[in-house]
Design a protein around this ligand. Sequence first.
Ligand code: N0T
Length: 510
Amino acid sequence: LFGCSAAFGGVTPMPCMKGHDGHFHLEIDGRPFFVLAAQMHNSSAWPEYLPVFWKAADALSVNTVQAPVYWEIMEPAEGHYDFSMVDTLITQTRTHRKRLALLWFGTWKNGAGHYVPLWMKRDTKRFPRLRDADGRQLDGMSPFGSQTLEKDKQAFSALMKHLRERDSVEHTVIMVQVENEPGLLGTVRDHSPEAEAAFHASVPANLANGARGTDWMGRFGNDAAEYFAAWSVSRYVNAVAAAGKAEYPLPLYVNVWLRYRGLTQPGIEYPSGGATVNVLDLWKRESPAIDVIGTDTYTGNFAEYQAGVLPYQRIDNAPFLSESGITEENARWAWDMLSRGALGASVFGVDDPGLHDAAIRLHGADNRLLAQAAPVLVPLATRGDVVSLIEEPGAPSPTRRLGNWIIKASYGTQWGQPDPSSAPIRDKPVGRAVVARLDEIHFLVIGAASRIGLTTALHDTSLHEVRRVEQGEIDARGVWHGTRIWNGDETDSGLNLPPEGVMLRVELSP
Ligand code: N0T
């Protein structure tokens, strides 16, 4: 499923996904890669509007940008494709020395059908609309429109074929998102005539769970409509993905408008039939052509973020923060993602004119640290040797364990700090760090706005001490370069990671 083909149509290895048991990463040019992405606003992929985006993406020091491909623009007339906007994105991404994740705004965009070409919108006979329980046509496409699916498959394959022809040597494009937050809004399931027939027919054998000949109500009871929606959307998206993959096998992903923060109403509060947590098993089973299901989380709260994201770390899926709001406190999420063997993390809407410089500066500093450390940390995370320590107001200071060591973070004014007024001013929770075990006695500590203590496990009477702390950097070959030794006030009561962030290599007693 996640095999890396050595080469495809080109001489360099294909971007591919590697890993196991819920820890997966992309491998780009044969090296582990952690996606640190910035996404533009929905209507920004036009040449006139790209400079503003690039200014932010460069300041953010991301290694990847996410940019939409609009179906309505790419196929202005049936069967006529125009890839000029895609080419512009590829060329400019190369100039800015980044990678590109293309977002296929096809049949679904946020649970609606607003990006299907005009000639399709005008022909509701060939391309039927989604219908609600009263038979009303909604402003989304029916997942049972076989002509609609055929057109989407053709267009998506044409896009992937174009990428193969255009990009199979450089591999600027490293992954593609199939549709955007697919699902149905305005109804729990489709009620078009084809949908009605399928809903009252027997459940497909692979979903029947032994019960032969039952219809959807008989098999799923009160949840039947939502499961039916998930089945109809997932197999549609999978068919589009499979068609594209046959042309050019890039890693493909789906992003989810999450069912969390107390949302319970499918089709109203979140698109029904998207890969939400309650139907995730069904989605994974029905979408083998999708490599990873990502989560769009718009929360600044650690518990909400975890509740949204953690169910997506499973034996067959890695967590992937496919979108998040770009705020200072949300900078914490990428650190947590990296520690748990995730694919990467993204911030959305970075070309927003109202965006504060402080958020850009903070995310930029983080990305520079994380991009340096990622090639070293990614394999360690797969092994379970990386932990994150994330500040959250009102929650106990995080404590983690690596081998015999207990790692504690604390924030704000500390015991032992001679002058409390010298404590950093904390109007936002931004404490974030990762600690990685390189071997028995060497740890990496990377982070910002935190104090990190390394102590012995309870009841362990052997000598545990921090012997040497060196600040430094990791070069492009993964080699450590020390710049100074930390001691005294910088280490006596814990490692004082400054607001701007730092990377430390620590030697501990064996
Ligand atoms: C996201 C973004 C963009 C009751 C929203 C999040 C992006 C899409 N959708 O700015 O449209 O293309 O993927 C929807 C989250 C809705 C939360 C509703 C809470």
